[in-house]
Design a protein around this ligand. Structure first.
Ligand code: URA
Length: 210
């Protein structure tokens, strides 16, 4: 199994949704969105799925998405990105020792992938996680990402409860950090503040250093 297939049509509902989006928005990327960043990185950020007018439009995770504003700004502050703003695939942004992927690579209707779609796309995440360097840190943004990571390792949810700021030991000396997703909803309601997210990236940096 590859870690990504740009021509994947494995989920009929998502494939037909993307085909409709391509008709409606011919300039949109509207394909499976590939992971972005250094394949040898020791920080892997796992998001949910491309946003309609963000990653689904630009073709890069969290790029043009409201959620990407806080994500890239914070990655930059902690030295994981060369610039704080992610606008388009041609903006010169590079990640350092960091890679960003999504639990589901295709835009899901209403931002809600079905359990079967999460399970199908999990095969890609499994390969991605199997190739990651030992002692790496996986940062799960939200419960869907958290559960996708557990699923990829065939771990039981009740033994690895999601909590903002929680750390979990994973096989192969990997570590999982949970964070609330940096979505517009979570940041506007202050469920996740810039300070809280900064502390999560600090935690990741400390784990990598230690
Ligand atoms: N954009 C992404 O690529 N992933 C998310 O989880 C949210 C927005």
């Amino acid at each position: 199994m590859p870690e990504f297939n740009p021509h994947c049509l494995a989920c009929p509902r998502l494939a037909s949704h993307l085909s409709n989006i391509r008709d409606m928005y011919p300039r949109y990327f509207a394909r499976p969105v590939p992971p972005f960043g250094d394949p040898k990185a020791r920080l892997l950020v796992v998001g949910l799925a491309p946003g309609m007018h963000g990653a689904n439009r630009t073709g890069r995770p969290f790029t043009g998405d409201h959620a990407g504003i806080l994500l890239y700004e914070t990655l930059h502050r902690h030295g994981f990105a060369n610039r704080p703003v992610s606008e388009s695939v041609r903006d010169g942004l590079t990640l350092k020792n960091c890679r960003i992927t999504n639990a589901v690579k295709c835009l899901p209707p209403g931002n809600k992938p079905l359990p079967a779609e999460i399970a199908t796309c999990n095969l890609y995440l499994q390969t991605e996680l199997a190739n990651i360097k030992p002692k790496s840190v996986i940062l799960a943004l939200g419960t869907v990402a958290h559960e996708a990571v557990l699923k990829a390792f065939k771990l039981k949810r009740k033994e690895y409860k999601f909590a903002h700021g929680a750390q979990h030991a994973l096989p192969n000396d990997l570590r999982l950090i949970d964070s609330y997703h940096c979505s517009r909803y979570n940041t506007q309601t202050k469920r996740l503040t810039a300070e809280m997210f900064d502390a999560i990236l600090r935690q990741a940096r400390e784990l990598l250093a230690g």
